[in-house]
Ligand binder design. Structure first.
Ligand code: LLP
Length: 428
């Protein structure tokens, strides 16, 4: 899957660190995140996008995995951050991110969140409804600012991914519809507002996409819109944001399309579209989340119970589950795993890995072959960097795992494990 994974003396190493040692040192369940993989992904974004095309900017969709250290790492590489709540803005700023590099999304931003974003000087606000425009205009007047705004559009394309992570179709809570009357109302609202610096349009068609069809279809729609608003309102689009959604490998058999597969044809279309519309080339922004962090993470669990139901299946219980990885229960997501202390052995026993929550749906991996799994073995589940730590919960009062960063053989604690005291700390 990635060359940061290796096997030495029968044990699984990740970014040069023995994962069985990490499990012993920090305990399990444990999120392990490879800095080398993150940096490699960012280097690819630079080579295949930022340095290749002038007038581009990349932001990391921090909702995928937002820790202070991750924000610092991304910001130190010159990237911005996509944020979706005041909490994410707060953490990004605490980490030292430059507010002007933040892109603020959300279909239901609250008045307090908008005020905080404007006060802090967030670089771009992606507006999702007219109510937001009215609030931004008055905040701009109050703070004496001209607020950079883009509209998120609903392109109405069908993306080939799980329906819960598909966001671009017409019946969506995200984005503005493009019917002519609605479009006119939205354009009038921004063009009439002296405190709004309207820049252009954004789309995000969905997540974990392995083909570029919906990105390209959405871009065609966006380019039509660019021509229409030029003709109808004389507005020359200056900026477009293509969202994220670039797919990664969860299973060794998953396709790995890469970044250029998505970027190249889109950049070509943009260049042609703007040239033929007689508008100067716009700033182009992408905002990948999963593509940067997904394969950079793995989760270590200790195997506890082993239960054979003759003729039916064998369950392996682990010390985590849907509280640290909700994705199998929520999206039927599939994961690959191996036993870290028996890493060179071939699987010989078909099992189903179950989490420890009081919930029948708390199954991490259905039907995987592992080498004679036994209580006490360390299970390593791959590609858990995105939307695992970020979506973790305390269901059943289970403390959330620690995060350890690894890099070329060294490791350090980045987020400490929650304690039982943390679990009741907010209760009065
Ligand atoms: N930009 C916008 C406006 C988004 O809504 C998202 C993700 C991204 C960028 C980043 O998408 P990515 O590159 O990570 O695919 N919890 C789900 C994924 C939800 C994605 C939400 N929006 C999951 O675990 O699959």
């Amino acid at each position: 899957m990635t060359n940061a994974v290796s096997i030495k003396s029968g044990r699984l190493f990740f970014d040069g660190v023995d994962t069985t040692e990490l499990a012993a040192l920090y305990g399990t369940p444990l999120y392990v995140v490879s800095e080398s993989i993150i940096k490699d992904r960012i280097a690819r974004i630079k080579n295949e996008f930022l340095n290749k095309y002038p007038g581009t900017f990349a932001v990391y969709a921090s909702k995928a995995f937002q820790t202070l250290e991750m924000c610092r790492l991304v910001a130190s590489e010159g990237m911005g951050l996509d944020v979706v709540s005041a909490g994410e803005i707060f953490a990004a700023l605490k980490a030292g991110a430059d507010p002007s590099t933040l892109v603020f999304h959300g279909n239901a931003k609250t008045p307090d969140e908008l005020r905080y974003a404007v006060q802090q000087g967030v670089g771009r606000i992606i507006a999702d409804n007219l109510n937001e425009i009215a609030q931004l205009e008055s905040l701009g007047a109050e703070f004496g600012k001209k607020i950079p705004v883009l509209y998120r559009i609903t392109p109405g394309v069908d993306s080939h991914t799980h329906r819960f992570i598909s966001t671009g179709s017409l019946d969506s809570k995200f984005g503005i519809p493009l019917n002519p009357e609605v479009r006119a109302a939205y354009m009038h609202a921004v063009l009439r507002s002296p405190h709004i610096d309207f820049r252009g349009f954004h789309f995000h068609v969905g997540s974990q996409l392995h083909d570029n069809f919906s990105h390209l279809a959405a871009l065609d729609i966006l380019l039509d819109l660019v021509r229409q608003v030029k003709a109808e309102f004389g507005f020359a689009t200056r900026e477009i944001n293509l969202g994220g959604g670039f797919g990664i490998q969860y299973l060794p058999t998953d396709p790995d399309p890469g970044l250029s597969y998505f970027i190249e044809p889109m950049m070509k279309k943009i260049e042609e579209g703007f040239t033929s519309a007689g508008i100067p080339q716009p700033t182009v922004i992408i905002e990948p989340g999963r593509w940067i962090i997904g394969e950079a993470g793995l989760t270590l669990y200790t195997i506890g119970a082993k239960k054979e139901i003759p003729g039916i299946r064998t369950y392996l219980g682990v010390d985590g589950g849907m509280t640290d990885n909700i994705r199998p229960a929520l999206y039927e997501a599939r994961y690959h795993a191996l036993i870290a202390n028996k890493a060179e052995r071939q699987g010989d026993t078909q099992v189903t890995v179950a989490g420890k929550c009081c919930e029948s749906g708390d199954i991490l991996i259905r039907d995987i072959s592992l080498p004679d799994p036994q209580p006490g073995d360390i299970l390593a589940v791959f590609s858990t960097g995105a939307y695992n730590h970020a979506m973790a919960s305390n269901y059943n009062r289970i403390p959330r795992p620690a995060v350890v960063m690894v890099k070329n053989g060294s490791h350090h604690l980045s987020v400490r494990r929650e304690t039982w005291e943390d679990l009741i700390a907010r209760e009065l």
